[in-house]
Ligand binder design. Structure first.
Ligand code: ZN
Ligand code: ZN
Length: 262
């Protein structure tokens, strides 16, 4: 989804923000048995994290997809130690789940978890749009409006992957305008969990155009109407959710077929 665009707009890269401090040499675990040096390991960790994270968020890797350690070692030319570290970090970020003796797979959110994510997103976005309305400068709002137009043409001229990448960039930018790093971080996590739910519950050929709803939100922001902007955001998210919930009522066509079991 948003990663390439998000980086261009200066948003935090998950791999970078979540990078742990380097272990002290003397106490570093058995990675010494591999020819991979610390710096190379860091680099491959970042690449692997981003490759998996981006593929999940862009919906190329579907919920439930297996991520065998041996294949990852081969694909990234690295050790099992490094692969496990990356998978653990992805599990911490709710992108993959680790099952004892059965390896890692892309998370498969249950309807109940999906509901929790939708709720959390509504709460976060209400807070974010309120702060963004109060804090964004006129100039930032003008840029924001311009980016909105670019997103709109990208959505209608691109493929599914482009759509997935662009679909949430409006919401990421809004979080930046709120100047609230913690809300921004929570939103980023919530949006990646949300995109898994979309992958699971939305019709694949039915990308929604959110443009008019986004425009209504920006209209309110330009008038300095925070309550109006929050209200429009609520309507927008409820609308997105109703598309998902409709799909959820037809389990025969969702889980099994998305998992290639149908
Ligand atoms: Zn449109
Ligand atoms: Zn939207």
């Amino acid at each position: 989804m948003m990663k390439p665009a998000a980086t261009a707009h200066g948003l935090t890269k998950p791999a970078a923000t979540l990078k742990k401090p380097k272990p002290i040499k003397a106490t570093a675990p058995a990675a010494a048995s591999t020819p991979v040096t610390d710096d190379q390991a860091d680099d491959v960790e970042v690449r692997m994290y981003r490759a998996i994270y981006d593929s999940v968020v862009n919906q190329r890797l579907k919920p439930g997809a297996k991520l065998p350690e041996a294949s990852l070692c081969e694909l990234f030319g690295t050790s099992r130690f490094v692969v496990r570290k990356v998978l653990e970090r992805l599990a911490h970020d709710h992108v993959v789940e680790l099952q004892p003796n059965r390896g890692a797979r892309v998370v498969l959110p249950s309807p109940e978890e999906a509901q929790h994510v939708l709720e959390a997103r509504r709460g976060l976005e209400a807070a974010i749009v309120t702060l963004a309305t109060q804090r964004a400068t006129k100039r930032e709002l003008a840029d924001f409006r311009r980016e909105l137009g670019k997103d709109h043409s990208a959505i209608h001229s691109g493929d599914q992957v482009t759509w997935a990448r662009v679909a949430t960039s409006f919401h990421h930018r809004l979080a930046q305008l709120a100047r609230s790093p913690i809300l921004e971080q929570y939103l980023s996590e919530t949006l990646s969990r949300f995109s898994l739910i979309v992958a699971l519950y939305e019709l694949p050929d039915n990308p929604t155009c959110e443009h008019e709803e986004h425009e209504r939100i920006v209209d309110c922001m330009e008038r300095g109407d925070a309550a109006g902007a929050a209200h429009e955001m609520e309507l927008h998210l409820r609308d997105l959710e109703s598309g998902l919930l409709n799909k959820r009522d037809q389990p025969d066509t969702s889980l099994a077929s998305l998992l290639g079991l149908g």
